[in-house]
Design a protein around this ligand. Sequence first.
Ligand code: AHG
Ligand code: MN
Ligand code: MN
Length: 353
Amino acid sequence: MVETYQPMVGGALSRDSMTLSQHVLKQLQSFGPDAQDLSALMNRIAFAGKLVSKRLTRAGLVEDALGFTGNQNVQGESVKKMDVYANDVFLSVLQQSGLVCRLVSEEMENIYYMPENCPINRYTLLYDPIDGSSNVDINLNVGSIFAIRRQKGDDEDQTGNDLLTNGHEQIAAGYILYGPSTVLVFSIGRGVHSYTLDPSLGEFILSSENIQIPTHGSNYSVNEGNFWQWEEPYRDYIRYMHRHEGYSGRYSGALVGDFHRILMQGGVFLYPGTLKNPEGKLRLLYESAPLAFLAEQAGGKATTGEQPVLDFVPSALHTRTPLIIGSQEDVALVESFIQERQLERPPAISKVS
Ligand code: AHG
Ligand code: MN
Ligand code: MN
């Protein structure tokens, strides 16, 4: 009789060696062409993350990593050298990949086509190459945000109109957080999982499976310097935070970092409209919608204040939306101030009468 070999360290070893691409296939429970494509695409995105991470860790030592380029992007924001580098990294790793036909980036006014890939595969990647780029020069956390959509139609006239649809059209979304360690968090609609880059292996290894946002957390994350520019319900909400026990303000200046804290520990991030920018600052297709996809997959909530972020249909590639995202209860509390200023508040312990 032939004996089946029994590995001694099966459980622990298979957990410690579960790579990102392997885990994608495991989630899809398939080795078919679609599953292989998505796994390969995630592998390319992860490779982009490794290249960006490598440059960031040495940014103070190499030429042309810190500071501004002197140009402005389509949003009218000053472009950093790392914005350009990271933008080009994503283009470079996807060229000749047979995976992505179109790319939409914060740093490119128009859709970037990769004609060599179009006949083979019709995915579109939407991305913010460096989120929180004001943090780059001071060695604080930044991130990359991405979403994957399947192309609808052949887009022969290159209008990209099929991209001006709601966030439910995303088939996957995630981010890479460049912090003390580099962590990739993403979802293909089957829960939210995180993978930590092991620099000695050069691989993203599964570190948390099926992440759930706590239903409530103590952190609220907002740029309070904009208080004077907000509409009254947001001011009411912040006054409420200031006058009640049990809340901590946390704001890093990088959405990815602030959202990651809330994903893991609960709370709420908000970027409301301001006098200068009534639609807020964050762009729907490659900032708000991907994070809303993750929040909902993790049991949380994301709204513009008027409708769920995932229902919002943009009018242009770089359309902005207000964003309120995080734990169910904390997002609902913000909404209660928006819906009815005079609403009876839940009882809480007052520090200031
Ligand atoms: P980006 O660096 O991609 O332009 O995004 C910056 C965003 C976001 O990361 C952050 O939450 C927000 O801008 C910070 O803006 P303020 O400085 O206005 O608070
Ligand atoms: Mn950003
Ligand atoms: Mn950016």
